[in-house]
Design a protein around this ligand. Structure first.
Ligand code: GDP
Ligand code: MN
Length: 389
């Protein structure tokens, strides 16, 4: 789950990371005055709260000096779509502005903690030249970006020795920097983040470190360990309505753009199924991973979700029964169709544990199912069926 900037900063604040002063979140232009008053004299910064980065370059971050300028900028941003290099071409609607007191920047750094998939370890990444040009810098001068591998999720301060030297900071700044990095890594580990990025972390003209921006992505698979974030996810605009319902039900479900609804068990089988659909010339509308331990009720709820997607023109069920038994899947499906009308063709490939029982149950039900032997066969039938509807 992606956190918006203000949510990320709330988290940072809990761990003592220094942040700009804030006047709060403004969802309507009428509430701007209160936020500015809270902060006192300008200049202020109005920051569009959208998930994608690149807001500054797209005009979504406004430095304003007077209340009038602020009102004008708020009017231009609130309720409008902000198209950035990262969310183009659709953009995202700006539903809220995060208002902060502006700071005088002396140095802009890039710091992040993320997972290095090749190494299978968290890494800390640093660049002395942070800010809105970081992507270009990563392309043109990758040698300026340094990383430290975090063994056991911890960093040893010596790993960062000398990294801030070229910045010519006053004494003490380096130690304070290491403390902040330590906090960021602690947040990353304790909150089960997959990304935590501060760009920029600034050194102000007044001689303080401040996290000017913050982007946190939490690992969805660990949300069950963080009930407060699970609740947030169920309301987050990052997810479709069906995905939010799935989170609530503890079902793994992903919305996509195509026309074939997929029910599979296991992430690997899901990937293979999507590939086969693609090879057969179709595209998946979603996929539902019922996993290993689903019961009939979860299968039913999952199927209801999958069918609630209007894009679905055919359904492909691809189950390789291992721990999850085929008769349990069959029972879940039949349960679902007691309430739902199946308006689209259903292609089914069932294999594995108790497949005979599963097939018998489905056969006896009179439900119209297009059977398939192999995965390739199933994908082709689903694509053909979707075209006919
Ligand atoms: P992003 O473009 O989505 O990453 O949004 P940021 O929050 O990083 O803001 C973009 C840029 O706006 C920063 O890199 C800063 O250069 C600038 N900016 C943001 N807040 C302030 C501020 O308080 N003072 C000044 N001078 N610049 C700011
Ligand atoms: Mn930024």
């Amino acid at each position: 789950m992606k956190l918006l900037e203000y949510q990320s900063k709330e988290l940072l604040r809990r761990y003592g990371v220094p942040l700009p002063r804030s006047g709060g979140l403004v969802r309507a232009a009428g509430h701007l005055g209160k936020a500015l008053k809270e902060l006192g004299r300008g200049p202020w910064v109005l920051k569009s709260q959208v998930f994608s980065g690149g807001r500054g370059a797209a005009g979504g971050i406004r430095l304003v000096r007077t209340a009038q300028e602020a009102a004008c900028a708020a009017g231009e941003l609130l309720g409008k779509r902000l198209v950035t290099a990262q969310n183009a071409p659709e953009g995202e609607t700006v539903r809220a502005l995060w208002v902060e007191g502006a700071l005088e920047i002396s140095r802009e750094l890039y710091v992040s903690v993320s997972i290095h998939r090749g190494l299978g370890r968290p890494v800390f990444t640093f660049c002395a030249e942070g800010g809105v040009e970081i992507e270009r810098l990563a392309r043109e001068s990758p040698e300026k970006i340094r990383t430290a591998v975090l063994e056991e999720g911890e960093f040893r301060p010596h790993q960062l020795r000398g990294w801030t030297d070229g910045l010519e900071l006053p004494s003490g700044a380096g130690e304070r920097f290491q403390e902040i990095v330590g906090s960021l890594i602690r947040i990353f580990m304790e909150q089960d983040a997959s990304t935590l990025e501060i760009n920029p972390l600034i050194w102000t003209a007044q001689g303080e470190w401040v996290a000017l921006d913050a982007k946190v992505i939490l690992d969805d698979n660990a949300l069950y360990r963080h009930p407060e974030y699970l609740k947030l996810a169920q309301k987050s605009e990052e997810y479709s309505k069906a995905e939010r319902k799935a989170l609530e039900a503890g079902i793994s479900y992903v919305s996509m753009d195509g026309e074939i609804g997929c029910m599979v068990n296991g992430a690997g089988l899901a990937m293979a199924t999507l590939d086969m659909i693609h090879l057969a010339g179709g595209r998946a509308a979603n996929f539902l991973d019922v996993g290993g331990g689903a019961d009939a009720q979860q299968v039913r709820r999952g199927f209801e979700l999958l069918l609630s997607d209007r894009k679905v023109r055919a359904v492909l069920v691809n189950i390789f029964g291992g721990i999850l038994r085929c008769d349990v899947v069959a029972r879940g499906l039949l349960d679902a169709f007691r309430k739902l009308r199946l308006g689209v063709p259903l292609v089914m490939r069932l294999e594995g544990t108790r497949v005979e029982e599963g097939r018998k149950l489905l056969g006896a039900s009179g439900l119209s199912v297009i059977g398939a032997e192999t995965l390739a066969d199933a994908a082709q039938r689903a694509v053909a069926a979707a075209r006919k509807v």
